[in-house]
Design a protein around this ligand. Structure first.
Ligand SMILES: *Cc1c(COP(=O)(O)O)cnc(C)c1O
Length: 372
């Protein structure tokens, strides 16, 4: 993990230490929420402890009930399906587009049934899904649509920022994402009532304690709901205020790495490079290539790791996880899950490191391609 956290973030944390409020929903958290809303041009942002928390509270605020079905993107870190389970609802897995890995709108449309209440789309490893089609499907059937933009801060779709592509969006600020506070998340929405509901549920069902301290007399808060504690600390918020101002700088470096990989590997027939349709841009949370069907991926990965080059399988076919035993199949997602290889991608990579990865990968591919 190579988070780009430096002196400016440290200075911001030092300021919080010197202030009176390190916990959540204080001055830093509120300022961050305003800045997020402004940056993404949405009405409301709620700072939360993780993207998983944002997904959970979104489903509660949208009124999802036990037994409801929510269609979720299959080819992803399975947080959306987990969140659906948190509220006792049933995740129904929608297959991926083979070229982008994002959820296939036709698969979503086919899965809508009498118990379907909504859809969670995912901007797969930083590439936005097809929101024109997805929003149309949601509207046609009266479903909610949530954008899981955990990996996609900085990406765009038809000129609009990821995080503002559906009526509700969830972001992650985990250490492996484009901007980070170690752990953290946010919910973005144009719906004020929904944002207020989520904010309350994130704080045990109580309003901001900082606000209450300003009330004269002895206010005794009342619990109307069993809320959660999903607040983002003001320490993390201070870090994120700095990170938010660095989005373009950090993204430029990831873009340069992606461009160089694509130059160095474009003629390699043993792999397929990431495809970015012309109507959207990638946030490059990962650089995920697909190995040709005859290549032994475990062998390639072992060689790369032995050479000091970190790599992984990319992301998951959620429906194949033991937690989600299901009769449904998602063949495209299963195939991507079997052939994906994520090679090093972060804002601190040097030109020489990128070249070494590309060289190492080519050599490993030759060594592990089964003769056809
Ligand atoms: C990382 C990730 C999450 C989880 O984010 P947390 O902030 O760690 O909860 C959710 N969805 C997707 C698509 C992710 O990649």
């Amino acid at each position: 993990m190579h988070a780009s956290l430096g002196e400016r973030e440290l200075a911001a944390v030092a300021e919080v230490f010197a202030s009176e409020w390190p916990a959540g929903q204080g001055p830093r958290g509120k300022a961050l929420e305003r800045e997020l809303a402004e940056h993404f041009e949405v009405g409301e942002a709620v700072a939360l402890s993780s993207c998983a928390a944002a997904l959970h509270l979104a489903l509660l605020a949208l009124g999802v009930e036990p037994g409801d079905e929510v269609i979720v993107a299959d080819y992803t870190f399975p947080a959306p399906a987990h969140a659906v389970r948190y509220v006792g609802a049933v995740p129904v897995f929608a297959d991926a587009r083979a070229d982008t890995g994002t959820v296939d709108p036709r698969a979503v449309a086919d899965l809508v049934g009498p118990r379907t209440v909504g859809v969670i789309a995912v901007d797969t490893v930083g590439l936005p899904a097809d929101y024109t089609e997805l929003n149309a499907i949601a509207e046609r059937h009266g479903l909610f649509l949530i954008e899981d933009a955990a990996c996609a801060v900085g990406a765009t779709y038809r000129g609009r920022p990821a995080g503002a592509l559906a009526p509700v969006a969830c972001l992650s600020f985990h250490g492996r994402k484009g901007i980070t506070s170690g752990e953290g998340g946010a919910l973005l929405t144009g719906d004020r009532a929904l944002a207020a509901d989520v904010r309350l549920r994130s704080s045990f069902g109580l309003g901001s304690i900082v606000d209450q301290a300003r009330v004269v007399g002895l206010p005794i808060p009342v619990f109307h709901e069993t809320g959660y504690n999903y607040k983002l600390s003001d320490i993390a918020a201070a870090i994120l205020q700095v990170q938010l101002s660095r989005i373009e700088e950090l993204l430029d470096r990831r873009r340069a790495v992606a461009a160089r990989y694509s130059e160095l590997l474009k003629d390699e027939e043993l792999l397929t490079l990431p495809h970015v349709p012309l109507d959207r841009t990638h946030a490059w949370q990962s650089y995920l290539v697909m190995l040709a069907p005859g290549v032994d991926r475990a062998g390639v990965a072992a060689d790369l790791r032995a050479g000091g080059i970190g790599c992984g399988h990319g992301t998951w076919a959620s429906h194949l996880q033991p937690a989600y035993e299901t009769a449904l199949t998602c063949p495209v997602s299963a195939d991507l899950f079997a052939r994906g290889l994520a090679i090093p991608m972060h804002a601190e990579l040097t030109e020489q490191q990128v070249e070494r990865v590309a060289d190492g990968l080519r050599t490993a591919l030759r060594a592990h391609a089964r003769p056809s």
